[in-house]
Design a protein around this ligand. Structure first.
Ligand SMILES: [Zn+2]
Length: 472
């Protein structure tokens, strides 16, 4: 029997789905198989609607610290569909945007997470990193355009493509009127991309590295499972590295150029900048060893933590007539899940003091990496969903996509099993690759999230975590 019209039929046993319809003024429920429910939801996904949504998101600039406008758009999108919405005000111009499809309450809940802030900003700030010729290309502008089955524009790859897919899944689930057992959260968050307040740079625009997600999960927006929709080139991972940001300072004297001693050794003792040179060399040598020593598989996922000296400051361009009295370099060290940022600080401090005993090393970002625990059912579900959508087995994410910090860590840190899968280029070794995404990948991600939501909410809720300090 495919369906029934009895009154008290709405609450099916595990494994059944019910869709509601009006029949002669009365609401009736049809029991449907998971497959037919999934097909009904997938039929709601429309390519041109998805493209328009992706372009809308690109056209709303959302540099870190200024995610309010895009959050307003996303909240409006949720409201127009009839989702339960929550706005979280992190700052005056910085909001989180959350939409929930409520289930009956007897199934597992799941969150889909997407950050709204963009890695580059589309403002003159970008010229601190990229050359003018690159920053002025169309891909670097928050103005979307479609060409050769790609959406182009600033932030599409990180991660407005993932956001588009996530919102499209919300729409498909809501419009198909499926009665899910568990709640599905769609969370647009602020402040994910890699930044940390330091020196004179304080304020909302420097608060990042999971700032919005951490706020969200400590303000009630939690679920049994989570999917981070950030970039993985549509491959699967459940491990992400931690991060240490370190600042190294050398000291010298500000001496007017005619009085600088020409003797190399003496000159080096005066210029903090010259004193930094052997330290940079030592750190680069150490980096190569560190990366080799710490590259290994975690549950079949290759992690290869990298190191980058990302900034140097000494003196000013308009007055090179003085030797710099101090010099700072700023280093990003990625850490595998078993290495603490604190131990990195110790290691780099030892290394630097061997070269220059007067140099200082401090840390201004310290976040652990994590591997998901208790994620078996989620991993299996995503693997199966991928096979259904792409008709081939899912691949594991490459080392680069495992060896980054994303909001995946925020969930795994607090014991919510989280995997990462989302559209992004295969490698982003080139700046301009941030600005283009194949529409096909976004469509596939939207389908994958839709299926994952339906199947995951049909699982039982997760049990409490063990509180026994001597048992995992
Ligand atoms: Zn991202």
């Amino acid at each position: 029997m495919g369906h029934t019209m009895t009154e008290n039929f709405f609450w099916p046993k595990l494994g059944d789905f019910v869709s509601r319809h009006k029949y002669r003024g009365k609401e009736i429920g049809f029991v449907q198989s998971a497959e037919s429910v999934i097909n009904r939801a997938l039929k709601q996904i429309d390519r041109s609607e998805l493209v328009n949504l992706g372009c809308d998101l690109v056209n709303i600039p959302s540099p870190p610290g200024h995610e309010r406008k895009i959050a307003e758009y996303i909240l409006g999108f949720f409201e127009s569909l009839g989702l339960e919405t929550t706005k979280q005000e992190l700052g005056e111009d910085r909001w989180n945007a959350i939409g929930v499809i409520r289930g009956k309450g007897d199934g597992a809940s799941i969150s889909f997470n997407g950050h709204m802030d963009t890695s580059f900003t589309g403002t003159p700030e970008d010229l601190l990193w990229v050359r003018k010729e690159v920053a002025s290309t169309p891909e670097f502008q928050p103005k979307a355009f479609v060409k050769d089955d790609h959406i182009y524009g600033l932030g599409i790859a990180n991660m407005k493509a993932g956001l588009t897919a996530m919102l499209t899944a919300a729409k498909a689930l809501k419009k198909s009127e499926i009665n899910l057992k568990g709640d599905v959260y769609f969370t647009g968050v602020a402040g994910e991309t890699g930044r940390a307040p330091v020196d004179e740079y304080w304020g909302q625009q420097y608060e990042a590295g999971g700032y919005g997600s951490r706020y969200m999960v400590s303000r009630g927006m939690v679920s049994d499972y989570a999917v981070c929709c950030d970039g993985s080139n549509m491959k699967l991972t459940w491990v992400q590295t931690g991060v240490a940001y370190l600042k190294v300072t050398t000291y010298g004297k500000a001496v007017y150029v005619p009085f600088v001693n020409r003797d190399w050794n003496k000159r080096q003792s005066i210029s903090a900048l010259s004193k930094m040179v052997p330290i940079i060399n030592a750190i680069e040598d150490w980096s190569a060893d560190y990366e080799t020593k710490n590259s290994r598989e975690w549950d079949g996922l290759l992690v290869s933590p990298h190191v980058c000296i990302g900034c140097i400051r000494a003196g000013v361009p308009y007055r090179p007539s003085l030797t710099p009295g101090f010099c700072n370099i700023y280093i990003d060290v990625r850490t595998p899940p078993d290495i603490t940022p604190l131990s990195i600080l110790d290691e780099v401090r030892r290394l630097v003091r061997q070269v220059d005993p007067t140099a200082d090393v401090s840390m201004y970002r310290s976040q652990m990496g994590h591997i998901a625990k208790d994620a078996g059912v989620l991993i299996d579900t995503v693997e199966k969903a991928f096979k259904d959508v792409c008709d081939k087995p899912i691949e594991k994410a490459t080392a680069a996509y495992n060896s980054m910090w994303t909001d995946t860590n925020v969930y795994n840190e607090i014991g919510i099993p989280c995997v990462k899968i989302g559209p992004s280029p295969s490698d982003i070794g080139e700046e301009r690759k941030y600005g283009a995404m194949p529409i096909e990948d976004i469509l596939n991600a939207a389908k994958l999230y839709t299926i994952t939501a339906i199947r995951m909410t049909d699982n039982p809720k997760r049990k409490h975590q063990s509180q026994n300090p001597r048992k995992s």
